[in-house]
Structures are given as C-alpha cells and as structure tokens.
Design a protein around this ligand. Structure first.
Ligand SMILES: NC(=O)c1ccc[n+]([C@@H]2O[C@H](COP(=O)([O-])OP(=O)(O)OC[C@H]3O[C@@H](n4cnc5c(N)ncnc54)[C@H](O)[C@@H]3O)[C@@H](O)[C@H]2O)c1
Ligand SMILES: N[C@@H](CCC=O)C(=O)O
Length: 543
C-alpha cells in the first residue's frame, strides 16, 4: 500500500496506584500468586522457537525469598548463540522490507497489550524476579516500557520524515536504511523497561536483533518476549539467548555481521565489549555502532537556601527506592552544616532511613525489597566491614545485612569527613548514601570537588531557593551529569520528558527515550535523482 501515514501522537502512560482494597491491587495479587506457584522453564527463543539453552542450569529465585525458585534458565552455548545470529540474519531481508507503518503497528500493539491485559503479568514478574515494590514495578515494567514503545514510534517517524533539500530539476532523498547485519542487545537486571527497549528500538528501525537479558531479570524478560510475539512480531526479528553472556562475547561479538551493540549495564562490562570490538575491528563488514549506558555515582548537593522537606524527601526516595539499584540513585550527598545540624537534616534523614521497611514485595505495605543476588549482598556486607574500621566514617543508619530469608541490606547513611573516600567515588549499586557535611561558606569549593570526584557523569541534583546559586552550580556541574535536576531527586526520568543518559564513564549518552537513540540504528543512503541530466560534458567557461 502506498500512503504517507502519520503515527498516533504518544502520551505518557498514567501510573496506577494499587490502593489497598482496589480491584487493581486484587488483580495483581492474584497474578503474583499464579506466577509464584509456577515453575517456569526460561528458554531461549530462536527463529520463534523456544527451547532450553545447552549450558549449565541457573535457578532464577525471588531475591527477597531466595529459597523460592521461580524458574530455571541455562547458559547459552556457542552453538545456541550462533543459531540466534543466523536466525537474525535470515529474518533481516523481509523485516527491513516491511513498511515502517507496519513495523510500528506491531510495537504500538505491544504497548496497548501491556497497558491492558499484560500489565499484571509484567508487573508481577518484575516484582517477584527483581524484588520491586508495586510502585517501582508499575513505573518500570508497565509505564516506562509502554512509553518507550509508543514514543519510539513517533521518534522513528520524525527521523524518517527528515529529508534533504532539493534544487530545481533534482530530487534528493534519504533512504533511512537499517544497519547492515544484526544488532546485539545486552540488558541489565534492574529495569524491565530497559530490557524491552534495547532490542525493540533497533528492531523498530528495521534491524534484526539478538537479545541477551540478565539471568536475574530472566523471568520478566521471558514475558517481554512473549508480549512481542503476541503483538505479531515475526519470527527471527528478535532472538533471545539466556545466561551469563560468555558465549555471546565469543560468538556474537566477533561475528563479521555485527552491526551494533545496544548495551546497558556496568561500566566494566561495556569496556570489555568495546575492547573486544577493538581487538576484532578489521574483521567486521561495517564499523559496529556502540551504544552503552552504564554506571553512576549520582550526587545531591544542597545549598544553605534549600528547602529542608524537599531535600530530605529527595534523599530518601532518590537513595533508597528500589534498594538504591537504579543507575540514577543518589549515592553521595553534600550538605551544608547549617541544614545538617540546626536544620535537622541529619536527624530526619537517619530516622527516616531507619524507619523504611524492606521485606517481601508482595506485601504492598513495604517500601522496598532485597538486593538482586548473593554477589550484590556480599559486596554490601564487605563495604560495611571496611567502613566500620574507618575513623573518617560514621554510620548514622543501617549498615547491617540479613540473608536468612532474602538478600536484605538495610538503608544506610554514612557520614564521612573525607570527600575523596570510596563512598563518594565507587558505585555500589545498593542502598548506601554517603554524606559529606561542609561549612556553608564552602559551597562553591564543594561543588568544584564533587564535579570531578567520581569517574561517572550520569545524574545529579542541586537544591537551592536562590536562582544565582542554581545557575552557578549548573555551570560548574555542566559535564558532571547527563541528567541534571534542580530541586528534585536524581531518579525517575520519564520517556519523552527527560531523555536519559550520561557521559564520561557513564556511557555514550545516546539518550534512551529520544530520537537521538533511534538515529544510531539507521545508516541513511542519500539518493540524488536528476530529472533531465546534462548531455554535454563542456562547462560555459570553456567557451
Ligand atoms: N546508565 C543507564 O542508563 C543504566 C541503566 C540501568 C543500569 N545501569 C547500570 O547497570 C549496572 C547494573 O546492572 P547489571 O548488574 O545487570 O550490569 P552487568 O554489567 O553486570 O550486566 C549487564 C548485562 O551484561 C551481561 N554480561 C556480563 N558480562 C558479559 C560478557 N562478558 N559478555 C556479554 N555479556 C555480559 C550480563 O549478563 C547482563 O545481561 C549498574 O552499573 C548500573 O549503573 C545503567
Ligand atoms: N531511567 C531511570 C534509571 C535507569 C537506570 O537504572 C531513572 O531515571 O531513574
């Protein structure tokens, strides 16, 4: 069909509240019970066919109740990954030949299915498998993923509509081709929305994909894959492999047709992937596009003019929601002495952190759950061990762990007199907030130190009621955060409103949730057509 279609204008999906006694809460509880009672077989999906991968078995458990096995997945073998790569290559010609409107319709349908009948399933899988509360699951696996799917369709249309100028007698066109080859999407445990976005964004632009989710997100990844199928995604367009990624590094990363890597996860793993590509650079058909959004050490800096209520709320939500396991989580705070002491921030922050309940997320009254796995748990226990023996540090709240039922780490506030201490520079990815208290008059010097204290530059916030202070700090911190907040917590970016990503060690800053990300998945061909071509090779100056 030849037509210039206009895609429906996107709006952000409203966040459900799941109030006690509501029908929404009851329906979600029923789905939680159903999924918890099911022992899932968490397969790979290659060419539309589900089967267990050939490597070692991995139990997928509830982090807040680690004896409860939700399902079993397996490491993919080299042969499994090779099959997924081959399937992606086979599916490419038909998929890229499909009109944009038809590809878009599949992802818009996925968004509508998720907004409706699939909402409970994705929320329940995310709550059980990743230990998110209902609020944290709803803003992630429902709203943010729906938003990615709908907004990306509009951003893709914007890219395709961008066409070059033409002069008289000539028609210039952009053919927004997908990349030549396949895209490898490697996704982190902490956001179901990111896991769904990383394979679907390149696919929307006409690419075929091999997707490797994190084993600790495998339950919700499994349902995201089923959602795409239910929306009509043709076989082989997105192929999912499971496990730890070793075979992916060996096989997919070194394949000559690797056209792009869409990664979110830790800085170390992204640097390893980049190095693998560097080591193999002469063997690829094209230079693979590298998009990686990685770690953070995100700051909150308060000025003496800051509103104390707003500051304390932002610190508690920013640092301790989802157990601090957001790349954007506030993990270092710089507070002027007047607010810390007389202003009551110290006491209120410590009291609030101590009062937060972390527990079983199926009890909707809890504020948080557990950290994701044994490795994360042990890392936090080790930090507490080091800090306890450190004279520059005082633990004001938390500092304890308990793994008898789940991987629980208490919300922790550590005050340190040394702003170069590891609690201000190292990403722990958990509920630890380091606080440095400074004399009010040193604000500008503290901002300058904080600007370069860590290698990361992802998110950060400044609190002040003084516009000149906000402007000055904003300038000094211009390259210290890709997402910068004035008088708000540094978490909770919304698709279409705060395009997300950071620079320095935090990634390539290709802004998930904007056209800037999608443009990395096309390789335009410029077409010039001359309607009446010249028929004489001589120019006028030749006489
Ligand atoms: N900047 C952002 O937008 C953003 C968003 C979410 C998470 N993150 C970051 O992600 C990290 C937490 O997530 P995580 O623990 O899942 O990260 P991770 O780096 O441990 O894992 C990410 C993915 O890489 C895979 N992987 C690991 N080693 C691999 C290898 N050698 N070859 C191929 N794949 C491999 C993992 O299995 C997983 O799928 C934090 O550092 C956090 O800051 C960043
Ligand atoms: N986009 C999310 C963070 C994603 C990383 O974990 C936020 O803004 O809080």
């Amino acid at each position: 069909m030849d037509a210039l279609f206009t895609v429906p204008g996107p709006r952000n999906e409203p966040v459900g509240t799941y109030a006690p006694g509501s029908a929404a809460a009851a329906s979600l509880q029923a789905k939680l019970a159903e999924l918890a009672a099911t022992k899932h077989e968490l397969t790979i999906t290659v060419d539309g066919v589900q089967r267990a991968a050939g490597g070692e078995a991995i139990d997928v458990v509830q982090p807040h109740n680690h004896q409860h096995v939700l399902g079993v997945t397996h490491n993919s073998t080299d042969a499994d990954v090779a099959a997924a790569v081959a399937a992606a290559k086979r599916a490419a010609p038909a998929w890229r030949a499909m009109a944009y409107a038809d590809r878009a319709a599949i992802f818009l349908r996925a968004a509508d299915l998720l907004a409706g009948p699939w909402r409970d399933t994705l929320n329940a899988a995310t709550m059980l498998g990743q230990s998110k509360t209902v609020q944290q699951a709803e803003i992630d696996s429902a709203c943010e993923l729906i938003d990615f799917l709908r907004f990306n369709v509009a951003f893709g249309e914007q890219i395709i509509a961008d066409q070059p100028e033409s002069s008289p007698g000539i028609w210039n066109r952009f053919d927004h081709r997908p990349l030549e080859g396949f895209v490898l999407a490697i996704t982190p445990f902490n956001f179901t929305a990111i896991a769904g976005n990383l394979p679907s964004a390149p696919a929307l632009m006409g690419n075929t994909v091999v997707w490797k989710p994190s084993p600790t997100q495998q339950l919700s990844a499994h349902y995201v894959m089923r959602l795409f199928e239910a929306a009509g995604l043709p076989k082989g367009v997105i192929n999912m492999v499971t496990g730890d990624g070793q075979a992916v590094s060996r096989v997919a990363m070194t394949d000559p047709d690797l056209a792009g890597v869409h990664f979110t996860g830790s800085t170390g793993v992204f640097q390893h992937l980049w190095k693998t590509i560097g080591d193999n650079i002469a063997s690829y058909r094209s230079y693979p596009r590298l998009v990686g959004e990685t770690g953070g050490k995100d700051f909150v800096i308060a000025h003496s003019s800051a509103d104390v209520d707003a500051l304390v709320t932002a610190l508690v939500r920013g640092a301790f929601e989802y157990q601090g396991q957001k790349c954007s989580a506030a993990s270092r705070a710089y507070i002027p002495a007047s607010l810390w002491n007389a202003g009551g921030v110290k006491e209120r922050l410590a009291d609030l952190a101590s009062s937060l309940t972390y527990g079983d997320v199926t009890d909707f009254a809890n504020f948080g759950g557990a950290v994701i796995d044994r490795r994360a748990y042990d890392k936090h226990a080790a930090v507490f061990g080091r800090v306890r023996d450190d004279a520059s540090c005082t633990v004001l709240a938390g500092g304890t762990t308990d793994d008898s039922v789940g991987f629980f780490v208490r919300p922790t506030v550590i005050e340190s007199t040394d702003p170069t201490h590891e609690i201000f520079t190292t990403e722990y990815f958990g509920p630890i907030l380091g606080v440095h208290v400074f004399p009010d008059a040193d604000f500008d010097a503290v901002v300058a130190q904080a600007a370069d204290a860590s290698p990361y530059a992802l998110t950060g916030a400044v609190f002040s009621d003084d516009r000149e202070v906000l402007v000055r700090a904003g300038e000094a911190l211009r390259f210290s955060a890709g997402n910068f907040y004035l008088n708000d917590k540094p978490t909770g970016a919304v698709v279409g409103q705060q395009p997300f990503g950071g620079a320095r060690a935090s990634g390539t800053n290709d802004k998930a949730g904007s056209w800037q990300n999608l443009i990395r998945w096309v390789s335009p061909r410029t077409i010039k057509e001359t309607f009446v071509p010249p028929t004489d090779h001589r120019y006028p100056h030749m006489g």
